[in-house]
Design a protein around this ligand. Structure first.
Ligand SMILES: [Zn+2]
Length: 449
C-alpha cells in the first residue's frame, strides 16, 4: 500500500528504535526517516499522527502457528495430555475440517494476532482431509482481507498409522500430491522480493508423520525454488525415542541426513537439543522458534534460548497452535517467553527487551526478512502502538519494559505496509461479534457438541 503524503508518527512515549525519540516518518509503505530527540523531520509537508499516548514497537512477527486449531481450544478429549496422546485425540476431530470451517478458524487466528500487535505471521497447515485441498489458498485470502503480511508454510503428512506414523490414514496425502501442490503454491503466491506481502515456505510436519523420502524431496524442491523450510523438531522426549527406534539416530542427525541443516531452515520448539546440537545448529545458521505457552501447557520442556543465542543462533517467537497454546496473542507470548526464560537463566541474562527482540528482529531473521522487525530507515512501515492508559500500567515509568512486565495484550493501533490495519483497538471492516458467533458454531460442528 502506498501513502500519498508522508506521515510523521510524532513524539511517542517510548519507541523500540535507536535515535527515534521524536518518532518516525512513513512514506510509500516504508519507514523513510527516524526523528532524533530535539529534531524535526527532514521530509517536508508531513501529515501528523500524534503518538503522545503510545509506546511504539516494530510490528510483532509470529513464526509458528496452526490457525485451524482455534476450533479445538480447550477440547475435552485433549485436555491434560502430553504431545503424542494429545495429537492422537485431536487428529480425528481435525479430519472433519472443511473449507468453510478453516476460513472461520483462520480469520479468528489472524484477527487475534493482529489485535495483539502482530503484523507478519506464518501458518503451518498440515491437515489435508479430502475436500480441503485448497487450505493454503483459504488462509492467504483471509490474510489479504485483513491486510496482514503472511508467510504460509505448506505443511504435509504422508506417514500415517499404516506406515508406522502417528496420524490416522484420513488426514495424510501422498508424496506426489504434496510436491505438486507445493509447486503450484510457490508459482501462484510466492513473492521473493523484500517487502513481499505473501511468501511460501515448505513444511513437512514432524519425524513421526512424514517419510524420509518426502523430507528429502521437499528439501530439494525448496533448494531449487529458493524458498525456506520449516518443521517441528526436538519438541518432546517421545519424539527423540521415536527417532532412535525408527531412524536409529537423534532428531538433529535425522534433520541433517534429510538435507535440512542449513540457513534456510527454521524449526519450531527446539527444546531437547544438547550443547553439541546447539553448536551444530549455530554453525549451520538454522533458526529456532520458541513457543513458551504451548510448551508449558503440553509440559514438553523449555527451549534453551539463552544458550542458543550465546552460541550465535537465531531465535524467534511463535504462539504455536491454539489447541496447545489456546490463545493466538503474540504480545502475551512475549511476556510468557520473558517469564520462562528469566526463571531459567536469571535477571542479569534475560531482560524485557530481549523478549521484545525475539518477537521482532529474531522472528524476522527466522524468515530471512531483514526489512521486517526493526524500526529504521528503509524498513517496512509495520508498527504496533500500545497505550498505557489501562489500569495495569498506571504509574509505570519505563514504557517499553512496562509492556512486558505489566502484560500488554492489545494494541491500540497497528500499521502494516504504511496502512492502518487496527485503529482505536478495532479492525476496520471486521464485524468481530459476528465472527465470534460464526466461530462458536463452527467449533460446535467440528467437535460434534
Ligand atoms: Zn506446532
Amino acid at each position: 500500500m502506498t501513502q500519498s503524503r508522508p506521515l510523521w508518527i510524532r513524539d511517542p512515549i517510548a519507541i523500540l528504535a535507536d535515535d527515534a525519540a521524536r518518532g518516525v516518518v512513513i512514506q510509500d509503505g516504508r519507514i523513510s526517516e527516524t526523528v532524533p530527540a530535539g529534531a524535526e523531520p527532514a521530509t517536508p509537508d508531513c501529515a501528523i499522527f500524534d503518538a503522545g499516548r503510545h509506546v511504539v514497537l516494530p510490528g510483532l512477527i509470529n513464526t509458528h502457528h496452526h490457525f485451524y486449531q482455534t476450533l479445538t481450544r480447550a477440547t475435552p478429549a485433549a485436555l491434560d495430555r502430553e504431545l503424542f496422546p494429545w495429537l492422537t485425540a485431536l487428529y480425528p476431530i481435525w479430519g472433519r475440517l472443511t473449507p468453510d470451517l478453516l476460513d472461520s478458524a483462520a480469520t479468528v487466528a489472524l484477527a487475534e494476532l493482529l489485535l495483539s500487535g502482530c503484523t507478519t505471521t506464518t501458518d503451518h497447515h498440515y491437515v489435508f482431509p479430502a475436500g480441503l485441498e485448497e487450505a493454503i489458498d483459504i488462509e492467504i485470502e483471509a490474510a489479504e482481507r485483513l491486510g496482514m503480511r503472511m508467510v504460509v508454510t505448506r505443511g504435509s503428512m504422508n506417514r500415517s498409522q499404516r506406515d508406522g506414523g502417528l496420524p490416522p490414514d484420513g488426514v495424510v496425502q501422498d508424496e506426489d500430491t504434496i510436491l505438486s501442490d507445493s509447486v503450484r503454491l510457490i508459482d501462484r503466491y510466492h513473492d521473493p522480493e523484500p517487502h513481499a506481502m505473501v511468501q511460501v515456505a515448505l513444511a513437512p510436519c514432524s519425524p513421526f508423520s512424514v517419510s524420509t523420502s518426502l523430507m528429502k524431496s521437499t528439501a530439494e524442491l525448496a533448494d531449487m525454488r529458493g524458498v525456506r523450510l520449516h518443521t517441528h523438531l526436538a519438541e518432546t522426549q517421545d519424539e527423540a525415542r521415536y527417532c532412535q527406534e525408527v531412524y536409529g539416530c537423534t532428531p538433529l542427525d535425522y534433520l541433517e541426513e534429510c538435507g535440512w541443516l542449513h540457513e534456510r531452515t527454521w524449526l519450531a520448539h527446539g527444546i531437547h537439543f544438547d550443547k553439541n546440537d546447539i553448536s551444530r545448529l549455530a554453525a549451520a545458521r538454522t533458526a529456532v522458534t520458541h513457543c513458551p505457552c504451548s510448551n508449558q501447557i503440553l509440559a514438553s520442556g523449555t527451549c534453551p534460548v539463552h544458550d542458543m543465542e550465546q552460541a550465535g543462533m537465531i531465535v524467534g517467537l511463535g504462539v504455536d497452535g491454539s489447541a496447545s497454546n489456546n490463545a493466538s496473542n503474540l504480545m502475551q507470548e512475549v511476556r510468557a517467553a520473558f517469564l520462562l526464560q528469566r526463571g531459567r537463566y536469571g535477571v542479569t541474562q534475560i531482560t524485557p527487551r530481549d523478549s521484545l527482540r525475539w518477537a521482532t528482529a529474531g522472528s524476522a531473521a527466522c524468515l530471512g526478512r531483514p526489512e521486517l522487525g526493526v524500526i529504521a530507515p528503509g524498513a517496512a512501515a509495520d508498527l504496533a502502538l500500545y497505550t498505557l492508559d489501562e489500569l495495569r500500567f498506571a504509574g509505570a515509568i519505563d514504557g517499553l519494559a512496562a509492556l512486558v512486565l505489566a502484560g500488554a495484550h492489545r494494541a491500540d493501533r497497528v500499521m502494516i505496509a504504511g496502512r492502518w490495519a487496527v485503529e482505536d483497538g478495532a479492525i476496520p471492516g471486521l464485524d468481530l461479534p459476528a465472527l465470534i458467533v460464526r466461530q462458536n458454531a463452527a467449533a460446535a460442528v467440528l467437535n460434534r457438541v
